[in-house]
Ligand binder design. Structure first.
Ligand SMILES: [Zn+2]
Length: 243
C-alpha cells in the first residue's frame, strides 16, 4: 500500500495550486501543510498540519495555529524536520490526533503502522526526497545513489506500507542534490521566486517522482491517504471518516 504524502514547505498558494493543476496524482494523497490552503481542503485529499517547531516549549501553540485555520479538524500531523518527543506524543494524544508520520525507516520493506504509547499511531516513512540526496552528501563513503529505481520497484511490487514523503518544492525544482538546493534556496525562500522558474535539467526529485507515478499507474496501484491506510490496516474503525 502506497501513501503519497507532501510537505508544503515554502510553497505559495499560487504555486501549490499550479502544482495540483500540472501533476495528476495517482489516487488520494495526504498534504502536511504549513498554512491553510483552502483549495486543498476542498478536495478529497487529506490535509494535516506541518508546523515548524523551533522551540519545544511552544510546540502546541505553533501546531494549533495551523490546525485551527484548516477547514476541518485534522486527524494526522507531520512536523517540519520530523520534530517529535514523548512530550509531544502525549500532547498530540490529548489534542485528539489519530496519528503522526515522522519516524524514518528509509528504504526498508515490511513497514506497518505502529502504536506510540501516547495514544497515537505512527505511519513510518519509507522514502523522503531530501533525505535521499542528503544521504549521498553525508555518507559519501558508502556510494549511496539517490533516486534509485529499485526503491520504486520494491514499493509497487511488495506487501506492506510505503509512505513516500515528497516536497512539492523539490519536485518542481527537480532538486538533484544539496548543492543545487543551496544555490537556489535564497531565491525561493527569500525572494519568493517561483520554483517553476528554477527547474534543474537532469535527474532529480521531479524526475524520480514522475517515475514513481508512472510505475504506480502501470501496475494498477493507487495512492491512499494516511487515514485510509490506518483503516485498511484495521488500526481505526472503517466508520472513521477518511480525514
Ligand atoms: Zn517541512
Amino acid at each position: 500500500m502506497i501513501c503519497l504524502t507532501f510537505d508544503t514547505d515554502y510553497m505559495s498558494q499560487e504555486d501549490l495550486k499550479k502544482f495540483m493543476d500540472v501533476y495528476s496524482l495517482p489516487g488520494k494523497v495526504t498534504f502536511f501543510a504549513h498554512e491553510d490552503f483552502p483549495f486543498l481542503t476542498a478536495t478529497n485529499h487529506e490535509v494535516g498540519p506541518h508546523p515548524f517547531i523551533t522551540d519545544l516549549s511552544t510546540w502546541e501553540a505553533t501546531t494549533e495555529r495551523i490546525a485551527k485555520d484548516l477547514q476541518y479538524k485534522p486527524r494526522g500531523i507531520r512536523t517540519h524536520s520530523c520534530v517529535f518527543s514523548h512530550m509531544i506524543g502525549i500532547g498530540l494524544g490529548k489534542l485528539g490526533y489519530t496519528y503522526i508520520s515522522q519516524d524514518q525507516h528509509l528504504f526498508q520493506a515490511g513497514l506497518k503502522p505502529f502504536r506510540h504509547p501516547w495514544g497515537i499511531w505512527e505511519l513510518p516513512i519509507y522514502y523522503m526526497d531530501n533525505m535521499d540526496f542528503y544521504t549521498s552528501k553525508n555518507w559519501s563513503a558508502i556510494g549511496h545513489v539517490p533516486f534509485n529505481r529499485d526503491v520504486i520497484t520494491a514499493a509497487v511490487a511488495h506487501e506492506g506500507l510505503y509512505v513516500f514523503d515528497f516536497h512539492p518544492l523539490h519536485i518542481l525544482l527537480n532538486t538533484p542534490d544539496h548543492a543545487y538546493y543551496s544555490s537556489v534556496r535564497d531565491r525561493v525562500v527569500g525572494k519568493r521566486v517561483s520554483p517553476f522558474d528554477l527547474r534543474f535539467e537532469g535527474r532529480g526529485v521531479g524526475e524520480f517522482f514522475m517515475e514513481l507515478c508512472d510505475a504506480m499507474t502501470e501496475n494498477g496501484e493507487r495512492s491512499y491517504t494516511c487515514m485510509e491506510a490506518l483503516r485498511l490496516s484495521d488500526c481505526v474503525s472503517t466508520e472513521d471518516p477518511a480525514g
